[in-house]
Design a binder for this molecule. Sequence first.
Ligand code: SIN
Length: 184
Amino acid sequence: MSFSTIEHNRRRQNFEGISSVWLFGYGSLIYKVDFPFLEKRPATITGWQRRFWQGSHDHRGTPEAPGRVVTLIETPGARCKGMAFRVSPDVFEQLDVREKNGYLRFSTPMEFDNGAVEDGLVYIATEDNPAFLGPATSEDIARQIARSIGPSGPNRDYLLNLAEALRALGDHDAHVFEIEDHLR
Ligand code: SIN
């Protein structure tokens, strides 16, 4: 898949004069922290649900046989728990490459466990991106994940690592845990 969001993301926010930015992670950014950060805190965003509806052609699958990874779907009233990282803006150069298969940076408020709220950014792969796969049953998603593998490793590791990280955060994400049950 030649589509890439790198150039789009570079033009989306102006970081001039800004020394740090909060980034909300809800998928692999929670458990695969291969970027420098200044601080990290569990956080929640409202109005979004985590769903295994995004195709992965570059990390957990291939262009011929895409895997499935998570994105956020707008859902009034829903709450999504994740991990917030305070990063230097130059870290987005590296993260934009990692998230290039359909993810765009959006602004969002995020709430920390002590009730404090900060504005920051989140990568979301919206339904109009070419790698978007959309809904399927938990069994079918688990089946696709079980057979997919890409340059970052087996798709099953993405799911199992995410489920483990959500348990450690004290989150009960029924969608993720149901797919995990089918996979196991
Ligand atoms: C995220 O983790 O916040 C974005 C999706 C991913 O990289 O898995």
